[in-house]
Ligand binder design. Structure first.
Ligand SMILES: [Zn+2]
Length: 197
């Protein structure tokens, strides 16, 4: 195993996970960290159950209209008051697109269609993979939900780079700006809170 990518800390904990289960979910015995399938994992010494841990999937959608994107300011931690786009953990029983559409309805009150994938962004330390879908031609007026302070439209040169919520937010918006500039779109200098165009 490449030590740079080892998933075991000096104290024997596995990295990249939030909650750390201590007991076997089958028999309740205390788990031990052992090698399993060539990687350190939590294994039950009593029944042999291997507690596999995998990155969690977060699904997002970037609403677009007339060369601008709709961002929201978060009303909860982490990153309270910072800008990002609708998204959250994918639930069992829904597709990645459906999850993104559900989050958009919950957070900004818009029924939109998650279209092409803008990108997939891996956050190694957080143990997360963030999918960002595009939704072009978004119609209707956003209605901020309880987790959102406000929404605003931003053209490529108006993106609030120093006030973005997450590393993945910045990465996705850099990709979106590159796409937008590739299409030769140019916006006006002022940031508006109303939809442009
Ligand atoms: Zn067990």
């Amino acid at each position: 195993m490449d030590p740079e990518r080892s998933n075991v800390t000096e104290t024997g904990r596995l990295t990249g996970q939030g909650a750390t289960p201590k007991h076997c979910q089958l028999c309740g015995a205390v788990l031990e960290v052992r090698d399993a399938d060539g990687r350190a994992r939590r294994v039950c010494p009593a029944c042999g159950f291997v507690h596999y841990e995998n990155p969690r999937l977060i699904t997002n959608v970037l609403p677009e209209r007339n060369g601008a994107v709709l961002l929201l300011r978060r009303a909860r931690e982490p990153s309270y008051g910072k800008w990002t786009f609708p998204g959250g953990y994918l639930e069992l029983g829904e597709t990645a697109q459906e999850g993104a559409e559900r989050e958009a309805l919950e957070e900004i009150g818009l029924r939109l269609r998650a279209g092409p994938l803008l990108g997939a962004y891996t956050l190694l330390d957080a143990g997360q993979v963030v999918l960002v879908f595009r939704a072009e031609g978004v119609r209707g007026r956003p209605v901020p939900g309880p987790e959102v302070l406000e929404t605003a439209w931003f053209r490529p040169h108006e993106v609030p780079w120093s006030d973005l919520a997450f590393e993945s937010t910045a990465a996705a918006l850099r990709d979106w700006v590159a796409l937008a500039q590739g299409r030769g779109r140019r916006g006006r200098p002022a940031r508006g809170s109303a939809p442009p165009g």
